[in-house]
Design a binder for this molecule. Structure first.
Ligand SMILES: Cc1cc2nc3c(=O)[nH]c(=O)nc-3n(C[C@H](O)[C@H](O)[C@H](O)COP(=O)(O)OP(=O)(O)OC[C@H]3O[C@@H](n4cnc5c(N)ncnc54)[C@H](O)[C@@H]3O)c2cc1C
Length: 468
C-alpha cells in the first residue's frame, strides 16, 4: 500500500503502539493524524486539567514524530468526516487505529467501518488499550464476568500479546494540510504547574522510577494517601503514553529481581492493573452503566441530598478533614489518591445522600486521569450499586478511615494548611458540639451515624420497591 492513515486517539506514543506499527509495516507512507473533537460538546466528561495534559501530550507526540522524520497532522471536528476528507486528500488505502473501549469511541468506529465499506478503503482497528479486551475473557458459558476475582483468574490464564518496541522512522507525505496544534489559550485556559509533566518521555521516566523502588513496598503502602505510595501512572495509561503490555512486561521483569516478600507486595500492583481491565470489560459488555445502576435492585433510587450540600462537598468545606483534604487535592492538582476517592465518593452518596452520577461527572471534569470505565466503576463500587461493589451496608466512616490511613494527619495537613497546628488526634474524631478545629474551619455538616442509618433505610426501601 502506498499510503495509510494512523488515527491517534488514546495512544499518544510511538513505543509499542500496535496500530501505528501495523500502519507503518503496511504502507510506504503514513499520515499520523489527531482529530480534536469539540470540547464544549463533551462538557460532561472533560475539564481543564485533562485538556492541559492532552495539549502537552500532543506537543510531545509531534516532537517525537518529527524525530522519526515525520510530522503530526491536526484536524478538528467530527472524526469520521475528517477521516473521510483525509482519505480523499491523501488517497490513503487504509485507516489504522487502536480500538477505544468506551461506547462513544465504539460508535465512531462503527460509523468509520461503514464509511470504509461504502467508499472502498480499509478500516483496521487494533487491540492496544488493554492486554485482554472485549470477548477475550469470558466465563465457561461464554458470558461476561460480573465479579472481579474469577475475572482476574481467567484473565491471568490468557496468553499475553508481545511488546513490539519503538518505531524507527516514519515517512509522511508532503502537502498534507494541518491545523496548528491545539493551544490552551483558545479555550480560555491557563497553564497550571500542578499536573504531571505530559508526554511519553515523562511517562517513561515515571514508570522507571516507580518500578525501581515503590513497587517493592506497594501492597503495604498503597492505601496511605500521604506522599507517593502508588505509581501515579494513571494519566499515562489514560492517554496511552505507556503501553500496558510494556508496563506488565517491565513490572514482571522487575519482580523477578525482588525478594519473595517484596514480590508479594508488587503483585498487588498487577491486581490493580487488572481492575482497570475489569472495569473496561464491564463498560464494554454493559454500556448502560453510564446511565443506570449496574445492580438492577437499585435502579431508580431516590437520592434526597441537596444542591447546597453538593457545592460544599465540591469545595472541600464539609467539616470532615479527610474529605476536605481530598477534594482540595483534586481541585488543585487534578489527582486524588485511590483511598481518598473511595472516602469522598462514599461520603457524597452515603453521608450526603447525593446521586453517584453527580460525583462521577465532577470527577470526570477534574481528574487528569479521568477515564470513563474506571471512574464509573469506582463510583458505582463506592455507592454500592456496581459490579462487585462494596455491599451497600458497608459504609466507610470518615473518622475511622482517617485513624487508619492518616493517623498523623500528614495528608490532611498537606492539603488543609489551616489545620497544620491542630493535634492529629483531633482530626480523626468528630469534635464536641460547637468545638471548631480552627476559627475559620466548618463544623461537620452531618452526623455520620445518623447519615448512615438514613442510608440503610434508603437502600432497604429501594430493595422492597424493586422486589414488588
Ligand atoms: C470513585 C473513584 C473514581 C475513580 N476514577 C478513576 C478514573 O477516572 N481514572 C482512573 O484511571 N482511575 C480511577 N479510579 C481508580 C484509582 O483511584 C486510580 O486509578 C488511582 O488512584 C490512580 O493512581 P495511581 O496511578 O497511583 O494508581 P496505582 O495504585 O499505582 O495503580 C496502578 C494503575 O492501576 C489502575 N488502577 C488502580 N486502581 C484502580 C481501580 N480501583 N480501578 C481501576 N483501575 C485502577 C490505574 O490505571 C492505575 O494507574 C477511581 C477510583 C474511585 C474509587
Amino acid at each position: 500500500m502506498k499510503t495509510a492513515i494512523h488515527w491517534f486517539r488514546r495512544d499518544l506514543r510511538i513505543t509499542d503502539n500496535t496500530a501505528l506499527a501495523a500502519a507503518s509495516a503496511s504502507a510506504d507512507m503514513v499520515v499520523p493524524v489527531y482529530i480534536l473533537s469539540e470540547w464544549s460538546d463533551s462538557h460532561r466528561w472533560t475539564g481543564p486539567h485533562r485538556q492541559q495534559f492532552l495539549c502537552g501530550c500532543l506537543d510531545s507526540l509531534a516532537h517525537n514524530l518529527r524525530a522519526l522524520g515525520g510530522r503530526l497532522i491536526f484536524r478538528e471536528g467530527n472524526a469520521v468526516e475528517e477521516l473521510r476528507k483525509l482519505v480523499l486528500e491523501t488517497q490513503a488505502g487504509a485507516v489504522f487505529f487502536n480500538r477505544d473501549p468506551d461506547p462513544f469511541g465504539r460508535k465512531t468506529e462503527e460509523e468509520l467501518s461503514r464509511l470504509g465499506t461504502e467508499s472502498g478503503f480499509e478500516v483496521i482497528g487494533c487491540k492496544d488499550v488493554c492486554v485482554h479486551e472485549r470477548e477475550d475473557v469470558l466465563t465457561a458459558t461464554g458470558d461476561p464476568f460480573r465479579v472481579y476475582t474469577p475475572y482476574a483468574r481467567a484473565w491471568a490464564k490468557q496468553a499475553r500479546p508481545p511488546v513490539s518496541g519503538s518505531l524507527r522512522a516514519l515517512r509522511v507525505p508532503d502537502q498534507v494540510h494541518s491545523l496548528p496544534p491545539p493551544a490552551l489559550e483558545r479555550w480560555g485556559l491557563t497553564r497550571s504547574g500542578e499536573i504531571p509533566e505530559p508526554g511519553e518521555k515523562a511517562a517513561r521516566g515515571r514508570m522507571k522510577k516507580f518500578l525501581e523502588s515503590p513497587l517493592a513496598a506497594y501492597g503495604a503502602q498503597r492505601d496511605i494517601p500521604a506522599g507517593q505510595t502508588t505509581s501515579r501512572l494513571s494519566q499515562d495509561l489514560r492517554f496511552g503514553l505507556l503501553s500496558i503490555r510494556e508496563l506488565f512486561a517491565k513490572g514482571e521483569a522487575r519482580m523477578a529481581e525482588l525478594s519473595a516478600g517484596e514480590r508479594g507486595q508488587a503483585q498487588k500492583f498487577t491486581g490493580e492493573l487488572i481492575w482497570r481491565e475489569f472495569y473496561i470489560n464491564i463498560l464494554w459488555h454493559f454500556p448502560a452503566v453510564l446511565d443506570q445502576e449496574f445492580n438492577p435492585k437499585f435502579r431508580g433510587m431516590a437520592w434526597p441530598g441537596t444542591v447546597k450540600d453538593f457545592s460544599r462537598w465540591g469545595e472541600g468545606a464539609t467539616g470532615f478533614p479527610i474529605v476536605d483534604a481530598a477534594m482540595r487535592q483534586l481541585n488543585l492538582t487534578g489527582f486524588m489518591h485511590n483511598r481518598a476517592r473511595m472516602i469522598t465518593a462514599m461520603f457524597l452518596t452515603k453521608d450526603l445522600h447525593l446521586d453517584w452520577r453527580l460525583g462521577e461527572r465532577y470527577f470526570m471534569q477534574k481528574l487528569t486521569d479521568g477515564e470513563i470505565a474506571s471512574n464509573n466503576g469506582g463510583w458505582q463500587w463506592s455507592a454500592g450499586t456496581g459490579a462487585d461493589a462494596a455491599p451497600y451496608f458497608r459504609i466507610q466512616n470518615p473518622w475511622t478511615q482517617t485513624l487508619r490511613y492518616d493517623p498523623e494527619g500528614r495528608y490532611i495537613k498537606a492539603w488543609l494548611p489551616e489545620l497544620r497546628d491542630v493535634p492529629a488526634e483531633r482530626l480523626s474524631a468528630p469534635p464536641a458540639p460547637g468545638d471548631r478545629l480552627t476559627p475559620g474551619y466548618p463544623l461537620p455538616m452531618v452526623d455520620h451515624s445518623e447519615a448512615r442509618e438514613k442510608t440503610l433505610e434508603m437502600f432497604a426501601r429501594q430493595k422492597e420497591i424493586t422486589a414488588r
